[in-house]
Ligand binder design. Structure first.
Ligand SMILES: NC(=O)c1ccc[n+]([C@@H]2O[C@H](COP(=O)([O-])OP(=O)(O)OC[C@H]3O[C@@H](n4cnc5c(N)ncnc54)[C@H](O)[C@@H]3O)[C@@H](O)[C@H]2O)c1
Length: 255
């Protein structure tokens, strides 16, 4: 029960990594608000949390729309009596070669995956500061934020921006005892990745992953729970790679 009595808002909580985080946080005693543009997905997460004996509620909203973000934060605060933790997991992904990216694709990707985190984190931090400080902001980044992985141009740039957004927030919010960290997974077996990765893509990843499988969503959730817990009170501005060793590795020789 490392998150007992904490109030947490999880964006993108209707699927994949965000769902696993919402479920795990609820199991650790947090009061969880599950926000997603896909209300049905968010409600399924809430049902699964309730089926395990904890409580949660859903909020429908688009992280890239400022008025909807304001309403998300207000609802989470009102229903849970405050807000201690926000996890920004909502994102979109596309496979596109650099030469094929349209301006519309580029703008949509940055609007959700970077501006969306800015809007949610800023609104959450303003609330935390107003009520005396203390809080956790956890951004779900990606190994794409540190490495240029082909076919992921706009996504990679948005995640790279998210890495710096994490650092600047850590620098400016520390005086209010708000920690800001990101988690950078390599591929995680979620609906997003099941749609995007062919068998051939998977096999190419297995060749460069020291641990020769994709992450399970729960493995990202455990890292997020640690960063949200009292045990991580002095960790801020950090990117926690949960990537099976991918970032540590150069060439994996088949000896
Ligand atoms: N799956 C992976 O391999 C992988 C690897 C590295 C990082 N990530 C990151 O993990 C996070 C979660 O990804 P996932 O694999 O669980 O994806 P997913 O598609 O399963 O879940 C993403 C959720 O975000 C929601 N969402 C999308 N746009 C939104 C918006 N504008 N407003 C609110 N909600 C919105 C979707 O409805 C969905 O429920 C993302 O930030 C992603 O970039 C995923």
């Amino acid at each position: 029960m490392q998150l007992k009595n904490k109030s947490a808002l999880i964006t993108g909580g209707g699927s994949g990594v965000g769902r696993a985080i919402a479920e795990h946080f609820a199991g650790e005693g947090a009061r969880v608000a599950v926000a997603d543009i896909d209300q049905e997905g968010a409600e399924q997460t809430v049902d699964s949390i309730k089926a395990n004996g904890a409580d949660a509620f859903s909020i429908a909203g688009d992280v890239s729309a400022p008025a909807e973000v304001a309403s998300m934060i207000d609802q989470a605060v009102a229903k849970n009596g405050g807000l201690n933790i926000i996890v920004n997991s909502a994102a979109i992904a596309r496979v596109q070669k650099f030469l094929d990216i349209t301006l519309q694709d580029w703008n949509e990707m940055l609007a959700v995956n970077l501006t969306g985190v800015f809007l949610c984190a800023q609104a959450a931090a303003r609330h935390m500061v107003k009520f005396g400080g203390g809080g956790r902001i956890i951004n779900i980044s990606s190994v794409n934020g540190q490495r240029a992985i082909s076919g992921r141009g706009a996504y990679t740039v948005a995640k790279g921006g998210l890495e710096m957004l994490t650092k600047i927030m850590a620098a400016e919010l520390g005086e209010w005892n708000i920690t800001v960290n990101s988690i950078a997974p390599a591929p995680v077996d979620t609906p997003m990745i099941k749609k995007m990765h062919t068998q051939s893509t998977r096999e190419q990843w297995y060749r460069v992953l020291p641990i020769k499988r994709y992450a399970r969503p729960e493995e990202i959730a455990h890292a997020a729970a640690f960063l949200a817990s009292d045990n991580a009170a002095y960790i801020s501005g950090h990117t926690l790679n949960v990537d099976g060793g991918f970032n540590a590795t150069g060439l994996l020789l088949d000896l």
